[in-house]
Each structure stands twice: as structure tokens, then as C-alpha cells.
Design a protein around this ligand. Structure first.
Ligand code: SF4
Length: 374
């Protein structure tokens, strides 16, 4: 069982908060698609014959690819793996790309899940985030996609400068009114080098307080819980049976192959990552030059990854699995280190699993750092 990730590094323009690897280089798209197909063929053995369970087109903005370009990529994938056995094939899309014609074309490809980047249902917030769509366009895109796709996820953002709790509640309620299957909601982080970070440093925008951030997170958890949309990870919520299988496989340590500029791959023993430069990636693939770096994971790396990944999920960390993989001493040390978080009421031990409470999930970054090994 394995996953395939394909990175499309193009966007129509740069959003003010985004530090993902993407550029506005539409003229390179055909060359990129050729290089992606070439890389897929080059790395056909990376997953060592494991069956492909999920495919994920991320970015960037994969929805800017044409039907022909996506179709060519699928044709190449199908020469190596049985796409018919994939349970989930996701394409990230922006609302402004999802015209009725585009949706029909996408539905004719093997894609069975759309992840739509909506972020907010307020036009002034969308404008501050430099998104290319309006709130109304986002609503229409989801409604028009629903006859074609029975598995739709939307991305939302909270903790935005100037955002109020009631404004955030409106966004959550609007999302719920759309009857979608999955919601990913992320607190804004001011990533170095982004426009919003520059504005924050210049005092042109003021971040929300910690108190408001926490209140927004609890509001999100409670409103979605009321509608039986279950939280299964810090930022991810789904109706039963609709969790993201692709993202869950990252959290479960399943192998995945990443294709395209800046894409990461994991084979159980090592990680490798492709060069984060589209032109250099294309040229290196064409000229058969090296286009990635690789590192073997030490036992400490594997332990830290396990802690970081498991604690983000609702299932938590299996202390039995920690013992089986890293030894009794490591398990005991983990339980001992966790005691202060348990006493503080932000973690609990249940059925041999360490879990974070709803409050602990909000504080997870600090807790995870404390539990990692040097
Ligand atoms: S569309 Fe997505 S990937 Fe592109 S700049 Fe905006 S947030 Fe980043």
C-alpha cells in the first residue's frame, strides 16, 4: 500500500500568506508535464511493487492544468500502477478555476475527490489574503462540483488579522451549509518572506491575540462536532468514512512517492526531496542530472517523526508500538515525560495510547517539541 503525490508548482498569483513552492510561470506548464511523466517512469521502482492506494495532485494550483495535461499524466501513471485499485484520487483546486466546463472535464478523469482552497467566506478577508475568488464564487464552485464529486473537502483559515469570532463563525456555518464531506482548517502562520509577514513586521496589520486564536479553535471543534463532522487530526475534520486517506497515510508512516519540483518521498528508511526550482527541475530531468537530495533516517529521526505525526492525530501514540519499535526504556521515558502534560489536563493515557485533549491539540507544537529526542 502506497501513495503518489504530484506537485504542480504554478499559481495565477501569489497569496499573501503562502510560502509553498509555487510560481507564476504558466508558459512552462507543458514542459513541466513532460518532466513529471519522465520522472514517474524513472522512479517506477521506488515503491518496490507496492499497490498504489491514493494519488494526490497538490501545489501550487493543479486545477490550472488542462484536461489534456492531466490526462497525459494519468496515462503515464497507468503504465506502472493499476489506477483502478486507488481508493482516493484528489485534485487541489481553486474556486476561480472551477467553471461548469472544467468540472465536467475533471469528472471525466479518474479523479474522485476535490480539495477546494476557499479559506474564507468574507470578501474582505479573501482580498487581504490575495485570493483570486470571491465568497460567492466559492459557494457556486462547491455547488456546481457536487453533482460530479461525492467527496469534497474545503480549506479554511482562521486567526486572520482583523477577523472576529462572529466572522469566523459565519465562515464555519457557511461551510456547513454546503454539506461537504471534509474540512481542513488552519490557523494563519506568518511565514518568513510572505507579504503578510512583512506587513506584520511593519505594524501594518495586527495578529489576533492568543485568547482569540484559542476561542476560534474551540468554536471550530464544537460547531463541527454538533454536525457529526469528526475531528481526526489537529486541522482535519470529516464525516465518517471521508477522512483523507492520502494524508492519513503520511501520518501512518506509509510509503509515498513525490513527483515534481520540491516534492518529498519516503520509502520507510529514507526521505528524499526534489529540487525546489521548476526550471532547474525540468532541465535536470531532461539532461539526466541529479535533481534530488536524500537522507537516511536514524532511529532518533524515526522516533521523533512517530511522536510528531501520531500526536497530531486523534488516535494518538500507541505506547505498545513505541515499545515494539524503540524498546522498553524509550517507552518508559515517553510515559514519564508525558506525566506533566497529563497532570496539566492537556494529555491523557487511554487504552495504551497517549492522546491530546482538545486544549492539548491547540498546544500540540510545544508538547511535541518537548517529547522529541535530541
Ligand atoms: S493558490 Fe495556494 S499554492 Fe498558490 S499562492 Fe495561493 S495558497 Fe499558495
Amino acid at each position: 500500500m502506497a501513495g503518489l503525490y504530484i506537485h504542480i508548482p504554478f499559481c495565477k498569483s501569489k497569496c499573501s500568506y503562502c510560502d509553498f513552492y509555487s510560481g507564476v510561470q504558466g508558459s512552462l506548464t507543458d514542459k513541466l508535464v513532460d518532466a513529471l511523466q519522465h520522472e514517474i517512469r524513472l522512479r517506477a521502482d521506488y515503491l518496490k511493487g507496492d499497490e498504489l492506494q491514493t494519488i494526490y495532485f497538490g501545489g501550487g494550483t493543479p486545477s490550472i492544468l488542462t484536461h489534456r495535461q492531466l490526462s497525459n499524466i494519468f496515462t503515464t501513471i497507468a503504465t506502472i500502477w493499476d489506477i483502478g485499485k486507488c481508493t482516493e484520487i484528489t485534485l487541489e483546486a481553486n474556486p476561480d478555476d472551477l467553471s461548469a466546463e472544467k468540472l465536467k472535464e475533471l469528472s471525466e478523469l479518474p479523479i474522485n475527490r476535490l480539495s477546494i482552497g476557499i479559506q474564507s467566506f468574507h470578501d474582505e478577508e479573501l482580498s487581504m489574503l490575495r485570493r483570486k475568488h470571491s465568497a460567492q464564487q466559492a459557494v457556486e464552485a462547491v455547488r456546481e462540483a457536487q453533482p460530479y464529486f461525492q467527496n469534497i473537502s474545503i480549506d479554511l483559515m482562521y486567526g486572520l488579522p482583523g477577523q472576529t469570532i462572529s466572522g469566523w463563525e459565519h465562515t464555519i456555518l457557511q461551510a456547513l451549509a454546503l454539506n461537504i464531506q471534509h474540512i481542513s482548517a488552519y490557523h494563519l502562520t506568518y511565514e518568513t518572506g510572505t507579504l503578510l509577514d512583512r506587513k506584520r513586521k511593519e505594524g501594518r496589520i495586527v495578529p489576533v491575540t492568543e485568547e482569540i486564536s484559542v476561542a476560534m479553535y474551540y468554536l471550530l471543534q464544537n460547531r463541527l462536532k454538533d454536525q457529526d463532522i469528526k475531528q481526526y487530526e489537529i486541522s482535519n475534520f470529516a464525516i465518517p468514512g471521508f477522512h483523507s486517506r492520502h494524508n492519513s497515510s503520511y501520518w501512518e508512516g506509509i510509503k509515498y512517492l513525490g513527483i515534481g519540483p520540491s516534492a518529498h518521498s519516503f520509502d520507510g528508511e529514507s526521505r528524499q526531496w526534489n529540487i525546489a526550482n521548476t526550471l532547474q527541475y525540468i532541465t535536470s530531468i531532461e539532461q539526466k542530472k541529479n535533481y534530488f537530495e536524500k537522507e537516511l533516517l536514524s532511529t532518533t529521526d524515526k522516533y521523533n517523526e512517530k511522536i510528531m505525526i501520531s500526536l497530531r492525530t486523534i488516535q494518538g501514540i500507541s505506547v505498545e508500538r513505541i515499545e515494539a519499535e524503540f524498546g522498553t526504556q524509550t517507552k518508559q521515558k515517553l510515559i514519564q515525560q508525558s506525566e506533566r502534560f497529563i497532570k496539566a489536563g492537556i494529555m491523557f493515557l487511554d487504552n495504551n495510547h497517549l492522546h491530546l485533549t482538545p486544549e492539548g491539540l491547540f498546544l500540540s507544537d510545544g508538547i511535541i517539541t518537548d517529547l522529541m529526542q535530541e
